[in-house]
Design a protein. Structure first.
Length: 477
């Protein structure tokens, strides 16, 4: 007899709590092998193909493409141990859950163990070596609970916010909210219901639509009990409701992660910016000479970004104060031993910052090759979490957008970012005479906690000197 195993969305690392289903790679009724990718999801960091640790026949999928699921929510169920053709759809097995059910598995979720062998492809939260799945007895939901009083602790006070009406005295649990249905999440969001304060009536505390409906009714009864003498408290909400409805774009995925990081940077880091114009004519000439020396067919060519990256690593060696982070809890500045250089890359999915590991040990050619490789991965959405995290300093070339200057926002928790504008011909005094030169604006945004203006100015001046006279850089190599 087939055993139906439930595969839940695993913890994909880096503290991520949810992921959006981009594309299903299997259909209900398909036969999958152990560690076969079954779904492509988008997290706040990257696109990831999620392999299933079970081998068998897919009996159900949870969530359509575009649905956002929390870590720990069911992804699909697999019938393991059945002869080929015995289980072809969810209706062919009495133990297989429907797509709208919250729990139809008799196994301990995420065990990663089945009769055909364990998974060899380990993600955080599941994989090989887990004990055999234990069967749990699921207590049936009593009919009287469907019409019971809502989980409200005591009579609500007039004017109490909606979120506090629901289990107001209970501690708010941490981790993912036990909700599977996107409909339930949308219904709660539209009615300002805090799902973390609801006691689910489904199996294992799963929050069902009936639970949200009861909470909405409780809020409506509370609102009716509020004296009419408090119209001013409800005026802002009424004004919002009366306002014309514009396009609403959810802050999630890469855009949500960028928004969170930038907001945190502005909130926690007291930043300051200094800038300088530099004559990049000699740097462009050196780049042309380097590419000409390798021949016309040599690939890849040395890019301006690679030269600037190499200049940054040399400048950080002279001014290590800027290759640091601040431990706010310990009230300490942590100077980092190596330079992991991030560079901003604009893609169709949004702004990402790939990281060149150990950039201080690489040559200009090596840095350029790694930047090219990571840029291609960013464009195709195939960057891993490790390639997007751990940076110590960021280089932002906004000149590709045709702008001259900017005041970059520091990539938290780093301490500084160098911004580079476009390189364009401008009038410039060269050797005492007015001439047309290739000029670029450089800007440095730095955390004023790690250094003062003298250090930041010295760093920026050294970078500008290397741009204007590349021979300055050769003396330190």
């Amino acid at each position: 007899m087939a055993q139906v195993l439930e595969f839940k969305l695993p913890d994909l690392g880096e503290g991520l709590t949810e992921a959006e289903i981009v594309r299903w790679l299997v259909e209900v009724g398909d036969v999958v092998a152990i560690d076969q990718p079954v779904v492509e999801v988008e997290t706040a960091k990257a696109m990831v193909e999620v392999p299933c640790p079970h081998g068998g026949v897919v009996t159900a999928r949870f969530g359509d493409e575009g649905t956002e699921l929390p870590v720990g929510a069911p992804l699909l169920t697999v019938a393991v141990g059945a002869p080929e053709g015995e289980v072809s759809s969810p209706s062919s097995s009495s133990t297989a859950p429907s797509a709208s059910s919250s729990s139809g598995s008799d196994t301990d979720p995420g065990s990663g163990t089945e009769s055909s062998g364990g998974s060899g492809n380990v993600l955080v939260g599941y994989g090989t070596g887990a004990p055999a799945a234990r069967r749990r007895r699921i207590r049936p939901v009593r009919p009287d609970r469907m019409v019971a009083d809502p989980p409200v602790s005591g009579a609500p006070v007039a004017g109490t916010p909606v979120a506090e009406v629901l289990v107001a005295e209970a501690p708010v649990p941490e981790g993912p909210v036990p909700v599977v249905s996107p409909l339930v999440r949308r219904l709660a969001r539209q009615n300002d219901i805090d799902l973390r304060r609801l006691a689910g009536s489904g199996p294992h505390g799963l929050i069902l639509r009936a639970d949200v409906d009861r909470a909405i009714r409780a809020v409506e009864e509370t609102t009716m009990a509020v004296p009419a003498a408090q119209p001013q408290a409800q005026a802002p909400a009424a004004a919002v409701a009366a306002a014309p409805n514009g396009e609403r774009i959810p802050l999630r995925g890469v855009r949500g992660a960028v928004a969170d990081k930038l907001s945190r940077s502005r909130t926690e880091i007291p930043d300051a910016t200094c800038w300088v114009d530099a004559d990049a004519t000699e740097l462009m000439a050196v780049r042309a000479a380097m590419n000409a020396a390798t021949g016309p067919s040599a690939e890849p060519k040395v890019s301006v970004l690679a030269l600037l990256a190499r200049i940054c690593t040399a400048a950080l060696a002279r001014f290590p104060e800027l290759n640091a982070t601040v431990d706010t809890e310990a009230r300490e500045i942590v100077r980092l031993p190596g330079v992991h250089l991030g560079f901003a890359a604009q893609t169709e999915r949004g702004l990402v910052v790939p990281v060149v590991r150990d950039a201080h040990t690489r040559s200009t050619e090596s840095v350029g090759a790694e930047i090219a490789r990571l840029t291609e991965l960013a464009r195709t959405g195939k960057l891993s979490l490790a390639q997007l995290t751990g940076g110590t300093f960021t280089l932002n070339n906004y000149g590709v957008f045709g702008v001259d200057g900017s005041t970059p926002i520091i990539n938290h928790p780093e301490a500084a970012m160098l911004g580079v504008g476009r390189i364009m011909p401008k009038p410039w005094v060269h050797q005492g005479e007015l001439a047309v030169r290739q000029v670029v604006q450089l800007s440095l945004t730095f955390d004023h906690r790690v250094c003062d203006g003298g250090t930041a100015g010295g760093f920026l001046r050294y970078v500008a000197d290397c741009v204007e006279q590349p021979a300055v850089l050769l003396r330190t190599l």
